[in-house]
Design a protein around this ligand. Structure first.
Ligand SMILES: Nc1ncnc2c1ncn2[C@@H]1O[C@H](COP(=O)(O)OP(=O)(O)OP(=O)(O)O)[C@@H](O)[C@H]1O
Ligand SMILES: [Mg+2]
Length: 217
């Protein structure tokens, strides 16, 4: 299973959602790969930096057909979870590299979660993903962007913050996409991420929020 997570605005919570989805699969004994295109996933997992080369180096320095390199770039994290780090940010990638990366993801055993960061992911990633999730806060400016997307995600993961006027039905109306999971803004989550402790235990608010997804193990 390939799960694609992304956002239309920075700081939405995409890395926390993608990392948590990966952890929830791995803790069920499912072989899981977290593909980090944005660069924050290892820190979110409490892994030591620097991790060395990653997908960015492969994009820039290797032929698209050489996906064996990607296997060598993966780094073990917790039991049953490995990370394919980005290594080099600010990369430029050809369409054939995106297609090769997508094919590599589709051939991995178990679950692959892609943290695609901000902006519409390349079509090749959409095409291999069984689930594409847009992570947003109840922010009108972000939701306006979702209304203009060329491709609609399978669903929105809403990070619900105190003080926001927009609620779930408003988010669905403005974005034109169903909210498939709602996570409450939770200081426990913020502290857990800041301390690099998310991998030790996924906080309850995340487990409950993502538990709305019918396909969560
Ligand atoms: N459910 C939550 N409750 C509280 N804080 C959260 C929650 N989700 C994310 N955060 C916090 O919000 C901040 C942004 O989260 P995150 O890095 O996951 O966003 P992002 O969309 O990946 O950002 P970027 O655009 O930089 O990649 C972090 O400090 C994180 O700890
Ligand atoms: Mg991120």
């Amino acid at each position: 299973m390939v799960i694609l997570c992304w956002s239309v605005k920075g700081g939405s919570g995409t890395t926390v959602v993608a990392t948590s989805l990966a952890l929830l699969h791995a803790t069920r004994g499912i072989h899981t790969t977290l593909v980090d295109l944005s660069g924050d996933a290892p820190a979110c997992l409490g892994m030591a930096d620097p991790l060395g080369p990653g997908i960015g180096h492969w994009f820039e320095g290797f032929p698209a057909g050489n996906t064996a390199v990607l296997d060598h770039l993966t780094v073990p994290s917790t039991a049953d979870l490995r990370v394919l780090p980005v290594g080099l940010t600010g990369y430029r990638a050809s369409s054939s590299h995106w297609e090769s990366l997508a094919a590599w993801c589709a051939h991995q055993p178990g679950t692959v979660v892609i943290d695609a960061g901000v902006g519409e992911p390349h079509d090749a990633l959409w095409d291999v993903a069984q689930h594409s999730l847009l992570v947003v806060r109840g922010c009108y400016l972000a939701l306006r962007r979702t209304a203009r997307l060329l491709r609609k995600p399978d669903g929105v993961v809403l990070i619900s913050e105190p003080g926001r006027a927009l609620r779930r039905p408003d988010v669905e109306a403005v974005s034109g996409t169903a909210v498939v999971a709602q996570l409450e803004w939770d200081p426990v989550v913020a502290r857990s991420v800041d301390a690099g402790l998310l991998a030790g235990r996924v906080p309850r608010s995340i487990r409950e929020g993502l538990g709305e997804l019918s396909w969560i193990p």
